[in-house]
Write a protein that binds this ligand. Structure first.
Ligand SMILES: Nc1ncnc2c1ncn2[C@@H]1O[C@H](COP(=O)(O)OP(=O)(O)OP(=O)(O)O)[C@@H](O)[C@H]1O
Ligand SMILES: [Mg+2]
Length: 257
Protein backbone atom coordinates (compact mmCIF):
# COMPACT_ATOMS: atom_id res chain seq x y z
CA UNK A 1 0.00 0.00 0.00
CA UNK A 2 1.23 3.52 -0.70
CA UNK A 3 2.08 5.90 2.10
CA UNK A 4 -0.98 7.23 3.98
CA UNK A 5 -2.25 10.73 3.18
CA UNK A 6 -2.44 11.63 6.86
CA UNK A 7 -0.71 10.09 9.85
CA UNK A 8 -1.68 11.32 13.32
CA UNK A 9 0.35 9.96 16.21
CA UNK A 10 -0.54 10.28 19.87
CA UNK A 11 -2.75 13.32 19.51
CA UNK A 12 -3.89 14.71 22.86
CA UNK A 13 -5.75 17.87 23.77
CA UNK A 14 -6.58 19.08 27.26
CA UNK A 15 -8.73 22.02 28.25
CA UNK A 16 -7.79 22.78 31.81
CA UNK A 17 -8.42 19.53 33.64
CA UNK A 18 -10.53 18.02 30.84
CA UNK A 19 -8.83 15.55 28.51
CA UNK A 20 -10.83 16.12 25.34
CA UNK A 21 -8.55 13.81 23.32
CA UNK A 22 -6.11 11.28 24.76
CA UNK A 23 -3.28 9.76 22.75
CA UNK A 24 -5.23 9.16 19.55
CA UNK A 25 -3.35 7.75 16.56
CA UNK A 26 -4.90 7.16 13.16
CA UNK A 27 -4.19 7.26 9.46
CA UNK A 28 -6.21 8.34 6.46
CA UNK A 29 -5.14 6.21 3.51
CA UNK A 30 -5.11 7.56 -0.02
CA UNK A 31 -8.48 7.11 -1.70
CA UNK A 32 -10.37 6.23 1.45
CA UNK A 33 -13.15 7.72 3.52
CA UNK A 34 -12.26 7.21 7.17
CA UNK A 35 -15.38 7.43 9.30
CA UNK A 36 -15.17 8.70 12.89
CA UNK A 37 -17.99 7.74 15.25
CA UNK A 38 -18.55 8.27 18.93
CA UNK A 39 -21.13 9.74 21.31
CA UNK A 40 -21.51 13.45 22.08
CA UNK A 41 -18.39 14.87 23.67
CA UNK A 42 -16.18 12.00 22.45
CA UNK A 43 -13.62 14.36 20.91
CA UNK A 44 -14.58 14.07 17.24
CA UNK A 45 -14.69 17.81 16.55
CA UNK A 46 -11.57 18.34 18.66
CA UNK A 47 -9.82 15.82 16.40
CA UNK A 48 -10.84 17.82 13.31
CA UNK A 49 -9.75 21.04 15.03
CA UNK A 50 -6.34 19.52 15.75
CA UNK A 51 -5.80 18.21 12.22
CA UNK A 52 -6.82 21.56 10.70
CA UNK A 53 -4.80 23.50 13.33
CA UNK A 54 -7.74 25.39 14.75
CA UNK A 55 -6.41 24.01 18.05
CA UNK A 56 -2.79 23.36 18.99
CA UNK A 57 -2.33 19.85 20.39
CA UNK A 58 -1.19 19.30 23.96
CA UNK A 59 0.97 16.54 22.47
CA UNK A 60 1.24 14.41 19.37
CA UNK A 61 2.46 14.68 15.79
CA UNK A 62 0.94 15.00 12.33
CA UNK A 63 2.32 13.96 9.00
CA UNK A 64 0.55 15.02 5.81
CA UNK A 65 1.40 13.67 2.35
CA UNK A 66 4.76 12.47 3.57
CA UNK A 67 5.79 15.74 5.25
CA UNK A 68 5.88 16.59 8.92
CA UNK A 69 2.94 18.92 9.55
CA UNK A 70 3.12 19.09 13.35
CA UNK A 71 4.12 22.71 13.60
CA UNK A 72 2.26 24.18 10.62
CA UNK A 73 -0.14 27.08 11.19
CA UNK A 74 -3.80 26.91 10.25
CA UNK A 75 -3.13 28.82 7.03
CA UNK A 76 -0.14 26.65 6.13
CA UNK A 77 -2.20 23.52 6.75
CA UNK A 78 -4.94 24.84 4.47
CA UNK A 79 -2.38 25.72 1.78
CA UNK A 80 -0.83 22.29 1.94
CA UNK A 81 -4.23 20.83 1.07
CA UNK A 82 -6.43 20.29 4.12
CA UNK A 83 -9.98 21.67 4.12
CA UNK A 84 -12.93 21.23 6.45
CA UNK A 85 -16.58 21.91 7.07
CA UNK A 86 -17.99 22.95 10.43
CA UNK A 87 -20.50 21.22 12.67
CA UNK A 88 -22.08 24.64 13.18
CA UNK A 89 -22.38 25.92 9.63
CA UNK A 90 -20.11 28.87 8.88
CA UNK A 91 -21.06 30.83 5.79
CA UNK A 92 -21.02 34.48 4.77
CA UNK A 93 -24.73 34.90 5.34
CA UNK A 94 -25.19 38.13 3.38
CA UNK A 95 -23.23 36.95 0.36
CA UNK A 96 -24.84 34.91 -2.37
CA UNK A 97 -24.20 31.21 -2.77
CA UNK A 98 -21.90 31.87 -5.74
CA UNK A 99 -19.99 34.60 -3.87
CA UNK A 100 -19.45 32.24 -0.95
CA UNK A 101 -17.72 29.75 -3.24
CA UNK A 102 -15.76 32.45 -5.10
CA UNK A 103 -14.24 33.93 -1.95
CA UNK A 104 -13.21 30.48 -0.75
CA UNK A 105 -10.98 30.10 -3.82
CA UNK A 106 -7.46 31.07 -2.69
CA UNK A 107 -6.82 32.75 -6.05
CA UNK A 108 -9.53 35.30 -5.34
CA UNK A 109 -7.99 36.55 -2.13
CA UNK A 110 -4.44 36.34 -3.50
CA UNK A 111 -4.93 38.34 -6.68
CA UNK A 112 -7.52 41.10 -6.84
CA UNK A 113 -5.86 42.60 -9.97
CA UNK A 114 -5.57 39.51 -12.12
CA UNK A 115 -6.71 39.60 -15.72
CA UNK A 116 -10.21 38.86 -16.93
CA UNK A 117 -9.02 35.44 -18.10
CA UNK A 118 -8.12 34.49 -14.55
CA UNK A 119 -11.41 35.85 -13.28
CA UNK A 120 -13.23 33.78 -15.87
CA UNK A 121 -11.43 30.58 -14.86
CA UNK A 122 -12.25 31.27 -11.20
CA UNK A 123 -15.88 31.83 -12.06
CA UNK A 124 -15.97 28.65 -14.13
CA UNK A 125 -14.52 26.69 -11.23
CA UNK A 126 -17.07 28.09 -8.80
CA UNK A 127 -19.95 27.37 -11.19
CA UNK A 128 -18.72 23.80 -11.63
CA UNK A 129 -18.67 23.33 -7.85
CA UNK A 130 -22.20 24.70 -7.52
CA UNK A 131 -23.26 22.20 -10.15
CA UNK A 132 -21.46 19.37 -8.33
CA UNK A 133 -23.24 20.19 -5.05
CA UNK A 134 -26.67 20.78 -6.65
CA UNK A 135 -26.66 24.50 -5.89
CA UNK A 136 -26.90 25.97 -9.38
CA UNK A 137 -30.52 27.08 -9.00
CA UNK A 138 -29.64 28.81 -5.74
CA UNK A 139 -26.53 30.62 -7.03
CA UNK A 140 -27.95 34.13 -6.56
CA UNK A 141 -29.69 33.50 -3.25
CA UNK A 142 -28.10 34.92 -0.11
CA UNK A 143 -26.58 32.15 1.98
CA UNK A 144 -28.44 33.25 5.10
CA UNK A 145 -31.77 32.29 3.54
CA UNK A 146 -30.77 28.78 2.46
CA UNK A 147 -32.55 25.69 3.74
CA UNK A 148 -30.39 23.60 6.04
CA UNK A 149 -29.45 20.89 3.55
CA UNK A 150 -28.37 23.41 0.92
CA UNK A 151 -26.30 25.34 3.48
CA UNK A 152 -24.44 22.14 4.36
CA UNK A 153 -23.81 21.40 0.68
CA UNK A 154 -22.52 24.95 0.24
CA UNK A 155 -20.05 24.34 3.07
CA UNK A 156 -18.72 21.35 1.14
CA UNK A 157 -18.53 23.37 -2.08
CA UNK A 158 -16.57 26.08 -0.24
CA UNK A 159 -14.17 23.51 1.19
CA UNK A 160 -13.64 22.00 -2.28
CA UNK A 161 -12.99 25.48 -3.71
CA UNK A 162 -9.68 25.55 -1.86
CA UNK A 163 -8.54 22.58 -3.95
CA UNK A 164 -7.88 20.27 -0.99
CA UNK A 165 -6.20 16.88 -0.98
CA UNK A 166 -7.83 15.91 2.33
CA UNK A 167 -11.40 16.93 3.20
CA UNK A 168 -12.69 16.77 6.78
CA UNK A 169 -16.46 16.78 7.23
CA UNK A 170 -17.93 17.44 10.68
CA UNK A 171 -21.46 15.99 10.81
CA UNK A 172 -22.49 16.93 7.27
CA UNK A 173 -25.90 15.23 7.69
CA UNK A 174 -26.80 16.95 10.97
CA UNK A 175 -30.31 18.38 10.73
CA UNK A 176 -31.09 16.58 7.47
CA UNK A 177 -34.06 14.27 6.96
CA UNK A 178 -33.72 10.74 5.54
CA UNK A 179 -34.22 11.83 1.95
CA UNK A 180 -31.68 14.66 2.18
CA UNK A 181 -29.19 12.32 3.85
CA UNK A 182 -29.56 9.76 1.06
CA UNK A 183 -28.88 12.50 -1.50
CA UNK A 184 -25.87 13.65 0.55
CA UNK A 185 -24.35 10.18 0.15
CA UNK A 186 -24.24 10.85 -3.60
CA UNK A 187 -22.85 14.37 -3.06
CA UNK A 188 -20.03 13.17 -0.83
CA UNK A 189 -19.38 10.39 -3.35
CA UNK A 190 -18.82 13.09 -5.96
CA UNK A 191 -16.64 15.14 -3.61
CA UNK A 192 -14.54 12.01 -3.08
CA UNK A 193 -13.57 12.05 -6.77
CA UNK A 194 -11.98 15.48 -6.29
CA UNK A 195 -9.82 14.75 -3.25
CA UNK A 196 -7.32 12.11 -2.13
CA UNK A 197 -9.03 11.29 1.14
CA UNK A 198 -11.94 12.18 3.40
CA UNK A 199 -12.30 12.08 7.17
CA UNK A 200 -16.01 11.86 7.93
CA UNK A 201 -17.38 12.58 11.41
CA UNK A 202 -21.03 11.58 11.54
CA UNK A 203 -23.75 10.27 13.85
CA UNK A 204 -26.00 9.13 11.02
CA UNK A 205 -25.22 5.46 10.56
CA UNK A 206 -26.81 5.22 7.10
CA UNK A 207 -24.27 7.78 5.86
CA UNK A 208 -21.40 6.11 7.74
CA UNK A 209 -22.29 2.69 6.34
CA UNK A 210 -22.78 3.95 2.79
CA UNK A 211 -19.49 5.84 2.59
CA UNK A 212 -16.83 4.70 5.07
CA UNK A 213 -13.94 2.51 4.00
CA UNK A 214 -12.98 2.02 7.67
CA UNK A 215 -14.07 3.37 11.02
CA UNK A 216 -12.45 4.72 14.15
CA UNK A 217 -14.58 4.98 17.30
CA UNK A 218 -13.83 7.55 19.99
CA UNK A 219 -15.28 7.53 23.47
CA UNK A 220 -14.43 10.15 26.09
CA UNK A 221 -11.40 11.24 24.08
CA UNK A 222 -9.97 7.77 23.58
CA UNK A 223 -9.82 5.54 20.54
CA UNK A 224 -11.70 2.41 21.58
CA UNK A 225 -12.15 0.61 18.27
CA UNK A 226 -10.79 0.70 14.74
CA UNK A 227 -11.36 -1.45 11.67
CA UNK A 228 -14.10 -2.40 9.25
CA UNK A 229 -17.49 -0.72 9.62
CA UNK A 230 -19.13 -3.92 10.84
CA UNK A 231 -16.35 -4.68 13.31
CA UNK A 232 -16.50 -1.24 14.91
CA UNK A 233 -20.30 -0.93 14.98
CA UNK A 234 -20.63 -4.33 16.63
CA UNK A 235 -17.98 -3.54 19.25
CA UNK A 236 -19.63 -3.88 22.69
CA UNK A 237 -17.99 -0.70 24.00
CA UNK A 238 -19.25 1.29 21.02
CA UNK A 239 -22.78 -0.07 21.36
CA UNK A 240 -22.80 0.61 25.08
CA UNK A 241 -21.52 4.15 24.63
CA UNK A 242 -24.33 4.99 22.24
CA UNK A 243 -27.17 3.07 23.81
CA UNK A 244 -26.37 2.55 27.47
CA UNK A 245 -25.59 -0.80 29.13
CA UNK A 246 -29.14 -2.14 29.18
CA UNK A 247 -29.94 -1.92 25.50
CA UNK A 248 -29.73 -4.84 23.11
CA UNK A 249 -26.74 -5.22 20.83
CA UNK A 250 -28.72 -5.22 17.61
CA UNK A 251 -29.48 -1.54 17.53
CA UNK A 252 -26.54 0.50 16.21
CA UNK A 253 -28.89 1.97 13.58
CA UNK A 254 -30.43 4.00 16.39
CA UNK A 255 -27.22 5.95 16.92
CA UNK A 256 -28.54 9.00 15.06
CA UNK A 257 -28.29 12.04 17.34
N1 LIG B 1 -12.71 25.06 23.05
C1 LIG B 1 -13.01 24.23 24.04
N2 LIG B 1 -12.82 24.58 25.34
C2 LIG B 1 -13.12 23.73 26.35
N3 LIG B 1 -13.60 22.48 26.16
C3 LIG B 1 -13.81 22.08 24.90
C4 LIG B 1 -13.53 22.92 23.77
N4 LIG B 1 -13.82 22.24 22.63
C5 LIG B 1 -14.27 21.04 23.04
N5 LIG B 1 -14.26 20.93 24.39
C6 LIG B 1 -14.66 19.76 25.16
O1 LIG B 1 -13.98 18.64 24.64
C7 LIG B 1 -14.82 17.49 24.67
C8 LIG B 1 -14.92 16.92 23.29
O2 LIG B 1 -15.67 17.82 22.50
P1 LIG B 1 -15.99 17.60 20.96
O3 LIG B 1 -16.61 18.87 20.50
O4 LIG B 1 -14.79 17.14 20.24
O5 LIG B 1 -17.07 16.42 21.00
P2 LIG B 1 -17.73 15.69 19.76
O6 LIG B 1 -17.29 14.28 19.76
O7 LIG B 1 -17.52 16.48 18.55
O8 LIG B 1 -19.28 15.73 20.20
P3 LIG B 1 -20.61 16.03 19.34
O9 LIG B 1 -21.01 14.71 18.74
O10 LIG B 1 -21.59 16.50 20.36
O11 LIG B 1 -20.29 17.06 18.33
C9 LIG B 1 -16.14 17.95 25.25
O12 LIG B 1 -16.15 17.64 26.63
C10 LIG B 1 -16.13 19.43 25.02
O13 LIG B 1 -16.91 20.11 25.97
MG1 LIG C 1 -18.66 17.57 17.32
Amino acid sequence: MSEPLLIAKGLSKSFGGLKALSDVSLTVERGEILGIVGPNGAGKSVLINLITKFYAPTSGTLQFAGEDATSLSRLQMARTGVARTFQNIRLFKRMTVLENVLVADPETSASPFRSAVFRKSRLDRAIALLDLMRLTDLADQVAGSLPYGAARRLEIARALATGPRLLLLDEPAAGMNEEETAALVEDIGKARQRVEGILLVEHDMSLIRALSSRLVALIAGMKVAEGSVDTVLSDPQVIEAYLGPDDDAAAPERMAA
